[in-house]
Design a protein around this ligand. Structure first.
Ligand code: GCO
Ligand code: MG
Length: 403
C-alpha cells in the first residue's frame, strides 16, 4: 500500500481547525489534527509546502520511519510549528493503520489499561458565586474533577473567564489581539479564597484543579502552592513560564502541591529535566503539539520511570481528532493521570463526527477502527478560516506579561 494523496483543510466550525487528510492506494483515509491556535496557517503551509509532497509514494504502515524522516530530515528541530505538522502526519497514519487492521488505535498501542479515562471540565465565574454555581453544574453532569478559575477582583480579563453571555470561554479574537491586565499581588491573595469557598461548599470528595497560566515568578508560585496545600488541589498548572525548567526546583523545594506543566512544550527534550528531576507530577504535552502519538508515548514512557503521570492538554483549540487520539493513548498507558476535556462548540460536530463517549466523569474513545472520527470535508467547506489571535497580557504599568 502507498500514500497517494495528502491535503490540508483549514476550516472554522466554531473556531479554526487545521486538518490533514491522507489517502492511500487501498482507498483507506486517515486524518490528523494540525491546529496551532493563533498561528494556524504557519502549520498549514509547513504541511502543504514542505511535507505533503514527501508523503506521496511512502508506505503508510511505516509510521516510526516516517516520523524520523520528517523530524531528522528537516534538520531544524522541535518547536510548535514543526512538531504540530509532524503530529498530524503521525496521527493520520495511526488512523490508517487502525482502519487497515480493523482495530481501534488503543488496541494497536497494547490495549486498554483501564475501563475509562478520567477527565476534568472547566468551571469559571466572574466571581466566586458564579464559579460555584458552574462547579455544581459540572457535578450534576457527572464530572469527578473540575478546574476552577474566577476573575481576580480588579483585574479585567483574568485568564479563563467567559464573557458571561452564555458563550463558552474562547480566548481567540479576530483582527488584533485583545489586551488583558494583570497584577500577581491581588491574585496571590485571592486564589486561596476561591479554593476555600469551593471546598466549603462541595467538600473533598471531588478533584479540584487550577491553571495559573505561566503568570508567577518561581517564589510567588512556591507561595501559592504552599497557601493551597490545605485545600488539597489535584494540581496547579503552569505556575511559572514553562520553558524555564530549572525554575521548578524553587517551587518544588517549598510545596507539596502537585504541579502540572507542558501544554506549550513540544518534545521529550523540552520536558526531560522536569521529568528526570521529578520537578512535576503531571506532564501536559499533547498529541497535536508534541509530534503525535508516536512521540508522546515516548514522553509518557520516560515519565513512567520517574513516577510522573499524564495530564494531557485538551482545550477546545485541539480538534476532535486530537481529542480522540488523546483518549486512545490515555487508555493504553500505565501511568495515566487525567485528561482535560473542554469540549468543542457547535458547529464542530457537523464537521467532525466522533465516536467517543462521556459517562459519569469518564470518557472512552470507542471501538471503531482507527481513531473513530469521521471528517466531513464538504461540511468543513461551509466554515471558512477566520484570522484570530490569542490575547496579550500587560501589567498595570503597561509591561507585556505572560498571558
Ligand atoms: C488549558 C489551556 C488553554 C490555552 C489554550 C491556548 O489549560 O486548557 O491553558 O486554555 O490557553 O489552549 O490556545
Ligand atoms: Mg493550561
Amino acid at each position: 500500500m502507498k500514500i497517494t494523496g495528502a491535503r490540508v483543510v483549514v476550516s472554522s466550525p466554531g473556531r479554526n481547525y487545521v486538518t490533514l487528510v491522507v489517502e492511500t492506494s487501498d482507498g483507506v483515509v486517515g486524518v490528523g489534527d494540525a491546529t496551532l491556535n493563533g498561528r494556524e496557517l504557519a502549520v498549514a503551509s509547513y504541511l502543504r509546502d514542505h511535507v505533503c509532497p514527501l508523503l506521496i509514494g511512502r508506505d503508510p504502515a511505516r509510521i516510526e520511519d516516517t516520523w524520523q524522516y520528517l523530524y531528522k530530515g528537516a534538520y531544524w528541530r522541535r518547536g510548535p510549528v514543526t512538531m504540530t505538522a509532524i503530529a498530524a502526519v503521525d496521527v493520520a497514519l495511526w488512523d490508517v493503520k487502525g482502519k487497515v487492521a480493523a482495530l481501534p488505535v488503543h488496541d494497536l498501542l497494547g490495549g486498554a489499561c483501564r475501563d475509562g479515562v478520567l477527565v476534568y471540565g472547566h468551571a469559571e465565574g466572574r466571581d466566586v458565586e458564579e464559579l460555584s454555581d458552574r462547579f455544581a453544574e459540572h457535578l450534576e453532569r457527572g464530572f469527578k474533577a473540575v478546574r476552577v478559575q474566577a476573575a481576580v477582583p480588579g483585574a479585567a480579563g483574568t485568564y479563563g473567564i467567559s464573557p458571561g453571555d452564555g458563550r463558552v470561554y474562547e480566548p481567540a479574537s479576530s483582527h488584533l489581539p485583545e489586551e488583558a491586565t494583570w497584577e500577581s499581588t491581588a491574585y496571590l491573595d485571592f486564589a486561596p479564597t476561591v479554593f476555600a469557598a469551593i471546598r466549603e461548599r462541595f467538600g473533598f470528595g471531588v478533584h479540584v484543579l487550577h491553571d495559573v497560566h505561566h503568570r508567577l515568578t518561581p517564589i510567588e508560585a512556591a507561595r501559592l502552592g504552599r497557601a493551597l496545600e490545605e485545600y488539597r488541589p489535584f494540581w496547579i498548572e503552569d505556575p511559572t513560564p514553562a520553558e524555564d525548567q530549572s525554575a521548578f526546583r524553587t517551587i518544588r523545594a517549598h510545596t507539596t502541591t502537585p504541579i502540572a506543566v507542558g501544554e506549550v512544550l513540544n518534545s521529550i527534550w523540552d520536558v526531560q529535566t522536569l521529568i528526570t528531576e521529578r520537578l512535576i507530577d503531571y506532564v501536559r504535552t499533547s498529541v497535536s503539539h508534541t509530534g503525535g502519538i508516536s512521540h508522546l508515548r515516548k514522553v509518557y514512557a520516560l515519565a513512567e520511570l520517574y513516577g510522573v503521570r499524564s495530564g494531557a492538554h485538551g482545550a477546545g483549540d485541539l480538534s476532535p481528532i486530537a481529542h480522540a487520539a488523546a483518549l486512545h493513548l490515555d487508555l493504553a498507558i500505565p501511568n495515566f493521570g487525567i485528561q482535560e476535556h473542554m469540549g468543542h462548540r457547535e458547529p464542530a460536530g457537523e464537521v467532525f463526527r466522533t465516536s467517543y463517549t462521556f459517562s459519569d466523569g469518564y470518557m472512552h474513545p470507542g471501538s471503531a477502527p482507527g481513531l473513530g472520527v469521521e471528517f466531513d470535508e464538504r461540511a468543513a467547506a461551509r466554515f471558512p478560516y477566520e484570522p484570530r489571535y490569542l490575547p496579550v497580557n500587560r501589567r498595570t504599568d503597561g509591561t507585556v506579561h505572560d498571558w
